[in-house]
Design a protein around this ligand. Structure first.
Ligand SMILES: [Zn+2]
Length: 355
């Protein structure tokens, strides 16, 4: 099996943005997507990280840092959220208060941490404890003042740290070291919707990925990313809740069919039958995959353009519609909310620092 002829030039800016770094095979795979789709993914901030043995997300150019403009927008938004939320919160302890505030920030996709201080905060000490690189101390102090100008005494909103000269939330930088190539390899590929990240191990991205039955992981995982983006995208008919409803209904219909006809006859692959998310991602991969040499074919024969057309006509039409939309008028949604643990469960991602 081989993927569709390249539709998007490899020099396309959106393609290069979605796949930062030099990964020609992944670029070639994703060039099968129409440009407006890649452009929408790019504007949403979706990125593909390719990790080789010994690497972690920390080493990848796909690790998201903030531009000055993005950081300023985040700081104003955090200010606004804390100012509006504070008077509304009924908390019986300082822990409850900071927990509620952190949740409000995470809901808006913001990763700022809160701090508490019994005395007038000593900025040098705080920056040192937060491991702020010395060369960024002045920028950090400026951000600190921007974030804390209207907060009650004792409550601190802590600025982000820095990675390769650019601001990045502490938790994302720390997590990035835990996302290792070995971890990615175990799952073959991962779509982290909450991080807008597709993670691939480099060894599963060669032209003939024979060891995984020519499974086109990059397309499959990007199909998941597109599914999640469409869930919250608006501005064009059929997106957002309507997208979710359509795919859910088609999946339920095919499941029902499979009860009598059998999974093999209805779905293009076992994976497509697993759940509604796999159903969509497999369909995107199938739509963009055309039969070629049978060499190395293990289990993917039917997950192809023709296989999808034959078995799931309605899904085929829907994927065709989704892939060929002009997204230039679509509203690109804000970053997804960040997950938070239940209260009482220690969570470094929402840790509150005492100074
Ligand atoms: Zn999947």
């Amino acid at each position: 099996m081989r993927i569709a002829p390249i539709k998007v030039p490899l020099s396309s800016r959106s393609l290069q943005n979605v796949v930062p770094g030099a990964y020609p095979q992944v670029e070639q795979d994703l060039a099968a997507f129409p440009e407006p789709v890649l452009d929408a993914l790019d504007r949403y901030g979706a990125r593909v990280a390719v990790l080789d043995d010994g690497e972690s997300l920390f080493d990848s150019p796909a690790l998201r840092t903030l531009s000055e403009q993005e950081y300023n927008a985040e700081k104003s938004q955090a200010n606004r959220i804390v100012r509006t939320a504070l008077p509304e919160i009924q908390a019986s302890s300082v822990e409850e208060l900071t927990d509620s505030l952190t949740r409000e920030l995470r809901k808006a996709g913001l990763d700022f941490h809160l701090g508490l201080s019994r005395e007038t905060p000593n900025l040098e000490q705080i920056a040192a404890r937060q491991n702020i690189p010395e060369e960024h101390f002045q920028d950090w102090v400026q951000s600190f003042h921007q974030l804390n100008k209207e907060l009650p005494e004792g409550l601190l909103l802590l600025p982000h740290t820095y990675h390769q000269g650019k601001p990045i939330p502490h938790n994302l930088l720390r997590n990035s070291k835990e996302v290792t190539a070995e971890f990615v390899e175990r799952s073959l590929g991962i779509n982290r919707a909450e991080d807008r990240l597709v993670l691939l191990h480099k060894k599963f991205t060669p032209e003939n990925a024979v060891e995984i039955g020519n499974y086109r992981l990059a397309i499959h995982e990007t199909g998941h990313a597109l599914d999640h983006l469409l869930d919250t995208m608006t501005g064009l008919p059929g997106l957002g809740a309507a997208h979710r409803a359509t795919v859910d209904a088609l999946y339920q219909k095919d499941l029902k069919k499979a009860e009598t006809a059998g999974v093999e006859a209805v779905f293009t692959s076992d994976r497509a039958s697993e759940d509604v998310r796999e159903y969509f991602a497999e369909a995107v991969e199938a739509y963009l995959t055309f039969p070629g040499s049978p060499e190395g074919e293990i289990f993917r024969t039917d997950n192809s353009h023709q296989g999808l057309k034959n078995r799931n006509g309605e899904l085929y039409d829907y994927i065709g519609m989704v892939l060929h939309q002009d997204y230039s008028k679509a509203v690109i949604p804000p970053p997804p909310p960040r997950p938070v643990h239940d209260p009482g469960i220690p969570d470094p991602d929402s840790q509150v620092y005492w100074f």
